[in-house]
Ligand binder design. Structure first.
Ligand SMILES: [Zn+2]
Length: 673
């Protein structure tokens, strides 16, 4: 469900760099990344990044290749060394090096993993085979959910949207093997073909588990998941926080799902004391419950086997890994090869014991003065944002006052957590990768259950320090920047201000603006879902936001595939606002006030180049389609060019004229923040 859907700045994709060439100077812009043949006023993304795109083909193992992937490569090299060292010298049982070293060693032990085949699934398969009734199915689902395998629904602790100081449970729609409900419901030829490919994939995986009837079972599974999909909300609806907030008592929840006992579920988790929670999407649960009795037992058993193998295949023997990649990496995303084992092992360690790895990572890449410097940038951005709010012509003084208050209480987390997560209760051994992965899932599930009905721990982070990304959390009113997001060329203490404000400055501004996008603006300074707008101001905001929706609806990144302006609205508001705030803050620096050229570029030109540089990204068509159909972030090219065309300072910097593609007509220009 992800209420606090970490407002990720870019799709968090994993990394690798087979022989890619990065043209980045130590502290600057590299003209080899430009494409001088494309006019800046025609397509600035191509003008600024075309050289890089031409010299950086997407490696076979990837479906996206971008600046973030390049930074990810540097991180991967660091983490590999850390993990190899720990594997060679694990130290005392229970120590950090033992846990990360044994985790990595088990994941790298290909011979043992291949020898085990599907044996690690034996007990679960036996439990599925022993089911006799719908009540048995419900009990098994509860067991799996409690140990952290979200087989039918998403489950997590999150702040109460209307009392953000306390965590409560949210149970949200789930149960799908494809990325989104719409994949089951669209009826165009491409979508139908993909659904058929999914059915074949399910059959292949079940066949590998030994099911004699795998083909027919795959049909049952797609039919059952289609029922779930029909009862699920679409992604645009999920962006409205109130669509995830349905507080019920256990008795009310049980009435909604007479064949699934929530009292039993919380009992199994050791939380008999929980008396209420958010049944986030009640209609989904009602539909799933109805299916418990009118879908035959054998079909549920087939679906459970599928959900089991779908979750665990990446950690099993080669036949499972290859089949899993063929669909999820190949068909869905267009990658040609799987990542090498060590990269899959690092990725898995990051998910399982990320803050243990993070401690070693920040010790190597993030000196204390970097935190200080980033905090100064945040403060300067806040100052610029405050001035922009004060100058807004469409907003009343009353609403401005509330917006200011929200900016005042906004917290910036920089680099890494003040308190590292305690993994002392998580057991990791060298015996089995999948056993470690399952132990980590169960550990995380216990952590979530332990939080329920307790005060929110404000020191927690949703991302590890080695993640190249950032987020805004509306319930904590906090902007969060992992160390990996604060590296060159985003942020470099030795670079000129234009590069830092166009780079990390626009990222900081983006996250800050999320507090005031169509979703974030529904939360107040304390992180509660509470209205602080006058009706007239909200009407003005909505009208301006609608122009941005229209702007992005008109973009066509692939074939006849349009961007969904409503789905991407929050990100697009944040991009535009973030860029404007960063530009204003840059204009307060000595370089921003002057006109001294560096490498032939004016201060403003360098600022806009730095902004476009962070979006350098190439994607395979399948990945582009997946992103447009299921992600809140528009493709990189449009995140670069879209907001720039709304900014008169950009047109001035490159002497663009009315009628140029990068100059939006005055009547179409969007002004929100
Ligand atoms: Zn964002």
């Amino acid at each position: 469900m992800r209420i606090s859907r970490a407002h990720i700045l870019a799709p968090a994709l994993l990394t690798l760099a087979a022989g890619a060439v990065a043209h980045t100077n130590d502290h600057g812009l590299d003209a080899r990344n430009f494409d001088a043949r494309t006019n800046a006023c025609t397509d600035f993304f191509q003008h600024a990044d075309g050289g890089w795109l031409a010299s950086n083909p997407i490696p076979a193992q990837y479906s996206t290749w971008s600046l973030d992937n390049e930074i990810g490569e540097r991180n991967t090299a660091i983490l590999k060394r850390v993990l190899e060292d720990a594997a060679a010298h694990p130290g005392d049982a229970g120590s950090t090096t033992q846990k990360i070293g044994d985790f990595y060693a088990a994941a790298m032990d290909e011979a043992a993993i291949d020898k085990a085949g599907s044996a690690p699934l034996k007990d679960d398969l036996a439990a599925i085979a022993a089911l006799k009734s719908p009540a048995d199915v419900a009990a098994l689902i509860a067991d799996w959910q409690v140990r952290g395998n979200d087989v039918l629904f998403d489950f997590e602790a999150q702040p109460d949207l209307k009392a953000s100081g306390t965590d409560i449970a949210y149970a949200g729609q789930g149960g799908l093997g494809l990325p989104d409900r719409d994949y089951y419901l669209r009826d165009d030829a491409k979508s139908k073909k993909l659904l058929a490919q999914y059915r074949d994939h399910v059959a292949r995986m079940l066949g590998q588990l030994g099911d004699a009837n795998a083909k027919e079972e795959a049909g049952w599974i797609v039919a059952l998941e289609t029922r779930f999909a029909k009862a699920s909300l679409d992604r645009v609806s999920l962006r409205d926080p109130s669509n995830s907030y349905h507080i019920v008592t256990l008795a009310q929840a049980d009435a909604k799902t007479p064949h699934f006992s929530w009292a039993d579920f919380f009992h199994k988790a050791g939380r008999d004391d929980v008396t209420s929670f958010s049944l986030a999407q009640p209609e989904f649960f009602a539909a799933a419950d109805a299916a418990l009795t009118d879908v035959p037992l054998a079909r549920w058993q087939a679906w459970l086997r599928w959900r089991l193998i779908d979750a665990d295949a990446p950690y099993l023997s080669k036949a499972f890994v290859d089949a899993d990649f063929a669909f999820k990496g190949g068909v869905l995303r267009g990658a040609k090869q799987n990542l090498p084992r060590y990269k899959r092992a690092i990725r898995s360690a990051d998910m399982a014991v990320g803050e243990l790895l993070g401690q070693a990572y920040v010790a190597q890449v993030f000196p204390p003065q970097a935190k200080q410097h980033a905090q100064e940038l945040v403060d300067n951005l806040k100052t610029a944002m405050r001035a922009r709010i004060a100058a807004l012509t469409w907003m009343s003084a009353a609403t401005k006052k509330s917006a200011d208050a929200k900016l005042d209480t906004m917290v910036a987390k920089i680099g890494y957590p003040d308190h590292w997560r305690d993994y002392s209760k998580l057991q990791i051994t060298r015996a089995s990768w999948i056993a470690n992965v399952r132990a980590a899932r169960a550990f995380e599930a216990r952590r979530q259950f332990a939080k329920l009905d307790k005060p929110v721990d404000r020191s927690e982070w949703d991302m590890t320090p080695q993640t190249v990304n950032a987020y805004y959390n509306p319930m904590g009113n906090e902007i969060v920047f992992p160390a990996a997001q604060l590296l060159p060329p985003y942020f470099d203490a030795k670079a000129d201000d234009a590069l830092n404000y166009g780079g990390i400055g626009s990222v900081i501004g983006h996250e800050m603006t999320h507090a005031f996008d169509d979703e974030g603006s529904q939360f107040d300074a304390k992180g509660n879902l509470a209205n602080w707008w006058t009706a007239e101001d909200r009407k003005q905001f909505d009208a301006r936001a609608q122009k941005l929706v229209d702007q992005f609806n008109a973009y066509v990144p692939l074939d006849d595939l349009h961007i969904n302006g409503k789905l991407t609205l929050g990100e697009n508001i944040a991009d535009l606002g973030g860029l404007l705030v960063a530009y204003d803050a840059f204009k307060l620096t000595p370089q921003g006030k002057g006109d001294a050229k560096i490498d032939g570029l004016s201060p403003d030109q360098r600022f806009f180049h730095a902004y476009a540089q962070i979006w350098r990204t190439a994607q395979r068509p399948a990945q582009l389609r997946l992103q447009v159909q299921s992600n809140e972030h528009a493709p990189a090219k449009f995140r670069a060019n879209g907001p720039l065309a709304d900014i008169p300072a950009f047109a001035r910097a490159f002497a663009c004229k009315a009628g140029d593609a990068m100059v939006r007509p005055a009547s179409d220009i969007v002004e929100i923040w």
